[in-house]
Design a protein around this ligand. Sequence first.
Ligand SMILES: Nc1nc2c(ncn2[C@@H]2O[C@H](COP(=O)(O)OP(=O)(O)OP(=O)(O)O)[C@@H](O)[C@H]2O)c(=O)[nH]1
Ligand SMILES: [Mg+2]
Length: 394
Amino acid sequence: MVKSKVKQKIVIIIPTYNEVGNIKSVVSSISKIRKQLSNYSLQILFVDDNSPDNTAKEILRIAKTHPFVKLLKNKRKGGLGAAYKKGMRYAIDKLGPDIIFQFDADLSHNPAKIPDFVHEIENGADLVLGSRYIKGGGIPSNWPLHRKFLSYAGNIFIRTTMFNFAIHDWTTGYRAITRDVVKKISPSLSHSAFNGYTYQIGFLVKSIQAGYKIGEVPFYFVDRTYGSSKLGPEYIFNTLRYIMKVRIQEIINHRIFKFIITGGIGALIQLSFLQVYRTMMPFQLAFFLSIETAIISNFIFSNLWTFADRKLKAIQIPGKFFAFNLASGGSILIQQVIAILGEKFIGLYPLYTLSVISYKLILDTGTIFAVTGILIGMFWNFFAYSNIIWKSKK
Ligand SMILES: Nc1nc2c(ncn2[C@@H]2O[C@H](COP(=O)(O)OP(=O)(O)OP(=O)(O)O)[C@@H](O)[C@H]2O)c(=O)[nH]1
Ligand SMILES: [Mg+2]
């Protein structure tokens, strides 16, 4: 017996606020695509926030003759993100979609592109962005210069801040998302900070962080002909603030950053303790002890913070601390050797004149030697920490 192939399901979520004049045309243009995508069953899910212009009534009127149209109603205006959250939850719980689309009611998003999004997903993408900034896409040519500039510059700023140049349109509202991504990412956006337009950038950033494959489909953004934009200046502000926050968090959570801060604290400890110890004992001994104090501080910070995910067991600590001392000794040796080489062969200052040189604020060859020594020493330290002392168990 041949099993009949179950059709995959697509749900197109369209949040609406005062879009009464757009409902009929958006439904009829998506209807045409529905016929093209005969391998899929396609539904439209409107999420209306009790629009004063009676958008909901119009949706219900159209739904009578278009059974694939559904409506979710909110009591009051709660923001784009809140509308999407509600729509996504309902779709996942009640409609069993394989793919969820995000779509605007104002027909700025050309529905003829829907099959291209589906195609990208069939080819392995988890989340597909409708992109205005790749070949074949664009923004309206009649936009005033400042709006064009904001649109381009905003996206270039986000790409640079995120240090991700593979994605070209971070703020697009035209997207296709697989069920798995929606299920995985939605819980992390439950906070009310994501009830507005920040939902869009938040969803994308979290999907990238989770390692999902992002695809892009070019499209020409068309200006709305009916109704008015709900975007305000706070949109730009909130989006940029979110991006900066995410990046700062990413940097702070980065192991290299923690390693550098740990080393910096170590250096401060060494200098301060040197001042204390030298009042109590001969300089050589004070110097040695101050280094050891810094090593202990580095070891504690590394174990509790930089390598907290690989924290040592109590039983390992004595052996590993000994190895840590050897590694640190190695790095001091490297720095000394480079400094001595610099001095011997080119007649330059030894390493510890670095402070004097930087005081003069002249980047001469001596400084370069000293900085090189420190960098190679740090490189060695990081290598030894992550591959020997806090070796990953995998
Ligand atoms: N349910 C609901 N829908 C909203 C809300 N804010 C915006 N929308 C809808 O979200 C979609 C996108 O809003 P638009 O105002 O078109 O914003 P935009 O597309 O980013 O910008 P323009 O096209 O330039 O106006 C439209 O379908 C709006 O009706 C809201 O608070 N609640
Ligand atoms: Mg719009």
